[in-house]
Design a protein around this ligand. Structure first.
Ligand code: NDP
Length: 247
């Protein structure tokens, strides 16, 4: 199995895309640690699925915007798993409204979780991977960070920021044999997409050239590729998983 003996942190692993990435990494042999804020029962379900593969899942209630929570999580993972090989930064939120209806809080909350949260986890992983001279970082962004989306000035700005963070960090970590990449999904049917009005969902399907919305597995497959050795010569890259929604 490709990830036997490896260990991974996935932020926002209780539900949605993060939960699928965690389960799929474990299916391929990794021990995984997930964090989340709200979905306790769902996080335990993810752990149960992972334990069925004979792998360990640490579930940690940690807000990604909290630096000391993150430090605690890295310490625990490194102690319990004997090291860290993979970071997948995935935890994200959206608070959608046109900018003239967007409050300062709407802006701050989205930027804090989606951008500061990525900074904290990328920084801690970078410090560790740099000394170890190996490691994989995959940041989940969005096609809306590339194109900007109506009603998502805060979210689009945060996701664009993640792309720039990814490229800059790839340059800083290249000489330490660490790959840093981003995956940019189009619409994926998760809890995040549940609040989207039906007409916008249909619009998203119509925008794709494949005529469908991605499953969480469609995204996880590409993330796993970037976490593995077959992608060893790819860094600073943004791979869209969007059924052609962006083109
Ligand atoms: P979900 O809402 O289904 O899941 C989000 C995850 O992030 C949950 O596990 C949630 O945990 C966690 N999370 C949110 N805020 C925090 C926080 N402050 N601290 C720790 N964990 C947190 O979203 P998706 O699975 O749809 O999205 C995953 C990623 O993919 C996000 O970055 C999103 O922007 C991106 N994306 C999603 C798309 C989509 O169409 N769904 C399209 C493009 C990109 P809990 O709720 O338990 O607190």
């Amino acid at each position: 199995m490709e990830f036997e003996g490896k260990s991974a942190i996935i932020t926002g692993g209780s539900i949605g895309i993060g939960a699928t990435i965690a389960v799929e990494l474990a299916r391929q042999g990794a021990n995984v640690a997930i964090n989340y804020r709200k979905h306790d029962t769902e996080a335990k379900e993810v752990a149960k699925k992972i334990e069925k593969f004979g792998k360990t899942c640490l579930i940690i209630k940690a807000d990604v915007t909290n630096y000391s929570h993150a430090e605690g999580m890295f310490k625990k993972v490194i102690e319990e798993f004997g090291g860290l090989d993979i970071l997948v930064c995935n935890a994200g939120i959206n608070i959608d409204r046109v900018i003239w209806k967007m409050s300062e809080n709407d802006w701050d909350n989205v930027i804090n979780v989606n951008l500061k949260g990525y900074f904290i986890y990328n920084k801690l992983a970078a410090s560790y991977f740099k000394d170890k001279r190996s490691g994989k970082i995959v940041n989940i962004t969005s096609i809306n960070g590339l194109r900007g989306k109506f009603g998502q000035c805060n979210y689009s700005a945060s996701k664009g920021g993640i792309i720039s963070l990814t490229k800059a960090l790839a340059k800083e970590l290249g000489k330490f044999n660490v790959n840093v990449n981003a995956v940019a999904p189009g619409m994926v049917m998760t809890e995040m997409a549940k609040n989207i009005p039906t007409e916008f969902l249909q619009k998203a399907v119509d925008e794709t050239v494949l005529g469908r919305i991605a499953s969480t597995e469609d995204v996880a497959n590409v993330v796993l590729f970037l976490c593995g050795e077959k992608s060893r010569h790819i860094t600073g890259e943004v791979i869209k998983v969007d059924g052609g929604q962006y083109i």
